[in-house]
Design a protein around this ligand. Structure first.
Ligand code: TYD
Length: 253
């Protein structure tokens, strides 16, 4: 088979040319990075889990009318996606204090926020993805005011969907990051969710125990990352529960 053309290789994924114009193939690697790639490792199986988890969330979003780049899963590690022009911003939504917000404002990790907070960081690894204000975004032309309004609305819809899905399986969505891209349809442009939605870019805490089920397990050496991601996938019914044995129901007279 002819080798596909690689379009871009990032920290956790590779993009290849797609079978039709306007499409790409997104390949999920096993590489894990944290702290702006200062910490690196290969976590066997992570890519397979994130491919399935991102498929699950993006399909759900598509079906409630939140547009995403996801078209279909191709195999264990690859999915067909729409090609977009990525807006160079990381859009972060927070429901509970954690990570850089907790540090920056001196908040206790886990404190409930008075309302969801949306932040924007510039996608620039050399600068360490700095937090930017709407003023910077407009002034430097990274996005227009209309784009910003649309991004905010999309981010809050994703937050409601993801919070609800997670709550249904006993998990608290503390925060997450999404990326948004432009697609052009005739003379119009539309914004859609791109990249991935997976435990690599979310903070997920077990509601009962507070156990971390996301990339903080890797950042803080808290145990097996794939065990944590597999637990999320199992609760969502994406992968089977191991050793689930059929128990014969007891007959009641
Ligand atoms: P944040 O607390 O700002 O940073 P860190 O993860 O370094 O503590 O991150 C908030 C959420 O957004 C968290 O779930 C991780 C995610 N995120 C990414 O996935 N990639 C990024 O580049 C950034 C800045 C955040």
């Amino acid at each position: 088979m002819a080798r596909r053309k690689k379009i871009y290789e990032g920290k956790a994924k590779i993009l290849y040319e797609g079978p039709e114009p306007g499409t790409l193939v997104q390949y999920f690697k096993d590489d894990a990075t944290a702290f702006n790639a200062e910490k690196k490792d290969v976590i066997e199986g992570k890519g397979v889990l994130n491919n399935r988890l991102s498929e699950y969330f993006m399909t759900g979003l598509n079906s409630i009318g939140v547009p995403t780049h996801f078209l279909k899963r191709l195999n264990m590690r690859e999915q067909l996606i729409r090609s977009v022009e990525i807006i160079p911003l990381e859009v972060i939504v927070r429901n509970y204090a954690a990570g850089t917000l907790a540090k920056r404002l001196g908040l206790e990790e886990g404190a409930a926020l008075p309302r969801p907070i949306v932040e924007f960081c510039l996608k620039d690894d050399n600068l360490g993805d700095p937090l930017v204000a709407e003023e910077h975004i407009i002034a430097f032309g990274w996005a227009s005011q209309q784009d910003l309004d649309d991004m905010l609305a999309l981010a809050l819809r994703v937050n409601d969907f993801m919070s609800g899905v997670m709550f249904g399986v006993g998990i608290r969505l503390a925060d997450f990051k999404i990326e948004i891209g432009r697609v052009f349809e005739g003379d119009f442009q539309r914004l859609i969710i791109a990249d991935e939605i997976s435990p690599d870019s979310c903070r997920l805490w077990d509601i009962e125990t507070g156990e971390k089920l996301d990339k903080d397990v890797f950042r803080r050496d808290l145990g097996s990352l794939t065990d944590a991601y597999a637990e999320v996938a199992r609760r969502l019914g994406i992968i089977p529960v191991p050793n689930q044995q059929y128990t014969k129901p007891t007959l009641i007279n």
